[in-house]
Design a protein around this ligand. Structure first.
Ligand code: TXA
Ligand code: MG
Length: 334
């Protein structure tokens, strides 16, 4: 059931987490499926609900930097700087894990992913949890494994059913998942791009950010498993094709009225109404990376729900601020 995020609903959700239940949680990036991070049985329910393999680690969400030492063993200075620069906000740090803490959430790895979300409802819930002994909340995106992440409460309900308690925090402002930086390998390593650009991250921590596929001798240790880094992920049912704008125009012209069951996400309305055919659903792609990220998963989900068999997506610009959107689109198309 979807509850508007009043004080009473937040208190109810905090109790539910303390009692070992799952909660649908709004964050500024995407909605999460939350459980008490230190309750292994509750965390196990997340893996079942999502259909996610149990060795894929979850991110632990904390109210502030004060909770970090409860979960992380130690932290390099550059990680400290990143936290100070971007928390609360859409940044997850992978740190060495305290022994015996949040074991199920970590999916068996010796590291832990930590994030302090800025969404006011997420903040309120995390703070309401502390006096109940819930010191952190594990939350992957609240979608079935491999599917598109939810960016509003209704998406969560359509993924996970009517029994789940979902706090309604409105539309997610960012729209794509947090940037993930691995801080366990001596140098910052970008595991998943998001809204923050590399340049912003490098400026904040004073180090070059390595790529996750940088040669192993550069990084010392093998890369951890991360489902957000699987090649095919974030996939709608429809087949997604990334295309140049002029190819979309040319192909639509060639098909003319025969175009059928087709979704198109591009910056310019492709042709006159009659030329496009009734079988084409067009959605406008924003020209700023920020707005396009905000719209991305909602557009894919909406076109999917209308039963299109293909979604043609205009290839976004090759500039740094689009890295997160390009990454999600490449996985959706893989
Ligand atoms: O924006 C977000 O990060 C959202 C919201 C709900 O906070 N959460 C999210 O969670 O995207 P999820 O589980 O869908 O993606 C988390 C990613 C996965 O690719 C996971 O493998 C990786 O983080 N991850 C978590 N803990 C890790 C660890 N200890 N080592 C390496 N990767 C880790
Ligand atoms: Mg996910």
């Amino acid at each position: 059931m979807i509850l508007s995020a009043s004080h009473a609903a937040i208190a109810q959700a905090a109790q539910a987490l303390r009692d070992g239940h799952l909660v649908g949680l709004p964050t500024e990036t995407v909605y999460g499926l939350a459980a008490n991070a230190t309750d292994d049985a509750a965390v196990a329910k997340i893996f079942v609900a999502k259909g996610r393999p149990a060795d894929h680690p979850l991110i632990v969400h904390v109210a502030s930097v004060d909770q970090v030492p409860l979960f992380a063993l130690e932290m390099p200075e550059f990680a400290n700087r990143l936290m100070r620069a971007f928390w609360p906000g859409p940044l997850t740090l992978i740190l060495p894990r305290q022994r015996g803490v949040a074991t199920a959430s970590a999916g068996g790895q010796d590291s832990i992913g930590l994030r302090c979300p800025s969404h006011p409802v997420a903040q309120a819930l995390l703070r309401a949890c502390l006096p109940l002994g819930v010191l952190g909340v594990s939350a992957p995106s609240a979608n079935r494994f491999g599917r598109v992440s939810p960016t509003c409460a209704e998406h969560v309900q359509s993924e996970l059913g009517p029994d789940l308690l979902i706090l309604d925090g409105g539309d997610c402002a960012v729209g794509i998942e947090s940037t993930i930086i691995d801080c366990t390998r001596g140098e910052p390593v970008l595991l998943r791009p998001g809204q923050l650009t590399r340049a912003q991250i490098e400026a904040a921590c004073g180090r070059a950010v390595l790529d996750k596929d940088a040669p192993q001798e550069v990084m010392g240790q093998a890369a951890p498993r991360a489902s957000g880094t699987l090649e095919s992920h974030y996939a709608p049912r429809a087949k997604v094709r990334l295309m140049a704008a002029q190819d979309i125009t040319a192909k639509l012209q060639a098909l003319g009225p025969h175009a059928n069951n087709l979704g198109v996400w591009c910056t310019e309305r492709p042709a006159s109404e009659q030329g496009m055919g009734a079988g084409v659903l067009w959605r406008r792609q924003a020209t700023t990376a920020e707005q396009a990220a905000h719209d991305l998963f909602g557009v894919l989900r909406d076109l999917d729900a209308r039963g299109v068999s293909q979604i043609w997506v205009q290839q976004p610009p090759d500039t740094p601020e689009w890295e997160g959107v390009r990454d999600r689109l490449q996985r959706a198309a893989a």
